[in-house]
Design a protein around this ligand. Sequence first.
Ligand code: MIC
Ligand code: SF4
Length: 760
Amino acid sequence: MAFDIDMIKKVYSQYEERISAARAVVNKPLTLSEKILYAHLWDGNATTAYERGSSYVDFAPDRVAMQDATAQMALLQFMQAGRPKVAVPSTVHCDHLIQAKDGAAQDLTRAKNESSEVFNFLSSVSNKYGIGFWKPGAGIIHQVVLENYAFPGGMMIGTDSHTVNAGGLGMVAIGVGGADACDVMAGLPWELKFPKLIGVKLTGKLSGWSSPKDVILKVAGILTVKGGTGAIVEYFGEGAESLSCTGKGTICNMGAEIGATTSTFGYDESMERYLRATDRAEVADAANAVKAHLTADPEVYADPEQYFDQLIEINLSELEPSLNGPFTPDLYTPVSRMREEADKNGWPTRVEWGLIGSCTNSSYEDLARAASIAQQAIDKGLVTKAEFGINPGSEQVRYTADRDGLLKTFEELNATIFTNACGPCIGMWDRAGADKQEKNTIVHSFNRNFAKRADGNPNTYAFVTSPEMVAAIAISGDLGFNPVTDTLTNRDGEEVKLDPPTGDELPSKGFDVEDAGYQEPAADGSTVEVEVSPTSDRLQLLEPFAAWEGTDLKGLKLLIKAKGKCTTDHISMAGPWLKYRGHLDNISNNMLIGAVNYFNDQTDSVKNQLTGEYEGVPATQRAYKAEGIGSIVVGDENYGEGSSREHAAMEPRHLGVRAVLVKSFARIHETNLKKQGMLGLTFANKDDYDKIQEDDTVDILGLTEFAPGKPLTLVFHHADGSQDEIAANHTYNAQQIEWFKAGGALNIIRKNQAAKQENK
Ligand code: MIC
Ligand code: SF4
């Protein structure tokens, strides 16, 4: 059964007209990305051609997805919008709050007890406002979305950066902060800068040990963590068509790691097969009827240089299996060079854990291919050297993999089967011994490997690779092991070789599941009560932020000058802190505790300018707040890279930081700052970063004439009495300046809603 089939049919029924209108204004053949974008304009048919990389455009996404760690804040905001029901189909997925420790059954029971307050809140808010609710254990948001909701040519947003996974089924699916989701659920347009387009032409065909993961690992190596910023990556070519649908999902998923707005593939037979296998023949039939619109015009793929802003070509037949890492997902090493690189860089080669799962690689095909390696280890008498953990992507995948004996194979290798959830990928992993902070190596099939992410240990070297490579490397226990060329010694002292992985793209006996874990919302939710205890330490109703005072901001203190990589994991760490995602004041105690202070190279140690003492970042900021003093955060390149969590913007806002001044921003984080009424600024001259000193007091000038495209002036008063005046750029448009003035976008929705009530 397909969810929301009427909505999907409506989208398709408009395609013809919308695309003709777009073609008329753009006046040349269209890429798939353009078709989907132009088919989802808030104002209906296109009347003007937008400029890639500069026009702000209002869109009307078809649906919204939220996961438990971000849904709390998104829905706390939505509750203030005063609507009886969500305006577009929306879902909540409980997947981030389940810690991996003993195995699925115990872990899930424990999580349900520990987080019952949050799960009950999410379940009742969903029930009240018409939101589909997927219970803890149902699976990872993006896998569940791909299996149930994604459809070719659709547009969705989700409060998680890996929402982009749905590009595997031909969507334009974009990760956003909760405030953006709140707008769309409240029936408002969603604004995005019209993206640039990167084309990736895939030729040849994968074989042997190479997998879809290796495509994106390679792309990440080429483009780096910043290279996709502001762009949609569109994959095409005979190689693209040869990939499975979930394999395409893997590639799109990790597009988040290069900062891409999203990634997508044209509708093809692999997608049709996947739709039919997941009980959505109706969607496949509807898509077939508008097939030509669900991929680019033929001229585009025939002559891609003409139509994309940047073009990359990858020959799948030549692609080697590879591993990216440690500490960053774009450090690309083909397996044949790994031993040399590890020796050169001092990466520990003994592998302690192999983890398979995450939204990136937890499909049936992923498990099947990894299990084929595990089975060989059993058959060939190999003793596994590392420990194994598996998180299936959804209950449907788990149930089917169990039925087909795949999980049993892993268990024979002593693997622990964890819950269908994020688990170690988001630091929800009670790894024995991690607190000793020993230097060690793990390999996993996840997408991110920032320091401390999986187990909280800064000395864990994590490498990202395909599930089948995780299996092979964990069995060998050796980071330098190359299954393509190397042999392993078995129990009987014989040298054996692992054959390349095999595995069905889709289960030959079909998918099966007993209870997928879905809760349908009440048809009329008006009587459903949503309770938030005023004494809760997990949930806290939001208070509106104060509006801008109408003047320039003077006398701000420098809170921290962050050095180097400062991802959202550094700004608002996950793992143990996930439990406070619904309580702004409590979670603010993790603000920037992972960021490295430029002046002493330490984390969570900054000079409190009121006392001259070094203290934690949150404590220092709270001291400024208590005195009514605002502050500023300074950062490096690609600040806020990684996740969509708006806590990374709301915490500084809540604690009284007024501006974040950096060399460059990651897209979602920049928008989150704007939405929450903060100033997100960039150095007009990047070298000015060097002028900022530890005891600086800062003025921000020009706010009374704050206007699109007009730089602001910042004056840094140094302790020795000297000062530096610098220019700061911004990307605020007129609407976003209103958000700043109102003290946050939500204050405007609130005001409009109140005005509506009064007029009634
Ligand atoms: C992540 O992978 O970092 C997360 C946890 O899924 C985040 C969302 C969050 O912080 O809750 C993401 O990628 O957006
Ligand atoms: Fe969950 Fe990891 Fe995917 Fe984020 S990246 S949604 S934490 S599985």
